[in-house]
Ligand binder design. Structure first.
Ligand code: ZN
Ligand code: ZN
Ligand code: ZN
Length: 137
C-alpha cells in the first residue's frame, strides 16, 4: 500500500484528494510547514480546505503543531505511535536562524524537570535555535 494511504488508514482518516496531497507533501519534504508555506505549495487549493485538513491531521495525530514563536504555527509529521488522545511528540524542535527551517529532533527526549510541589506538568515545548547542517556547511 502507498505510504500516505497506509498512514490515513492507520489513523482511521477517510481519504480525500486534499488529505492525500498534503500528506504526500509532508512525506516528500521532511520538515515543518505552516499554513502560508502550504498555501504557496498548493496555489490551486483553497486555504480554508488546507487549514481544515491540517486541523484534522492534528486531531488524528498525523501532524503536531509547533509554536515557532513568530506567530505562525508550523506542523510536522507525528511519530507513528501518536494517538489522537495522546500526542507523544515530546521532542525538542530546532529552528535555524539562517534558513528559518524548523526540524523535529526525534531521537532526543526532553528530560523531566523537577517542578516545585503542586505543579503538574502536562506538556513541554522546547525550541532550540541555532544553525542547521544545511547552513553550517
Ligand atoms: Zn503527535
Ligand atoms: Zn539552515
Ligand atoms: Zn516535532
Amino acid at each position: 500500500m502507498e505510504k500516505a494511504h497506509k498512514i490515513l488508514a492507520d489513523k482511521a482518516v477517510r481519504i480525500t484528494p486534499m488529505r492525500q496531497l498534503l500528506l504526500d507533501y509532508y512525506l516528500q519534504n521532511s520538515g515543518a510547514f505552516g499554513l502560508m508555506e502550504l498555501e504557496s505549495a498548493f496555489p490551486k487549493s483553497d486555504r480554508i480546505t488546507i487549514y481544515r485538513t491540517l486541523k484534522t491531521f492534528e486531531e488524528k495525530a498525523i501532524v503536531h503543531g509547533i509554536n515557532s514563536g513568530a506567530g505562525e504555527v508550523k506542523y510536522a509529521l507525528c511519530d507513528e505511535h501518536c494517538t489522537s488522545i495522546d500526542h507523544i511528540d515530546q521532542h525538542p524542535h530546532f529552528q535555524c536562524e539562517q534558513c528559518k527551517q524548523i526540524t523535529c529532533i526525534d531521537n532526543v527526549i526532553i528530560p523531566n524537570m523537577n517542578l516545585p510541589e503542586g505543579y503538574v506538568s502536562k506538556k513541554m515545548n522546547m525550541m532550540i535555535s541555532g544553525i542547521c547542517p544545511n547552513c553550517s556547511g
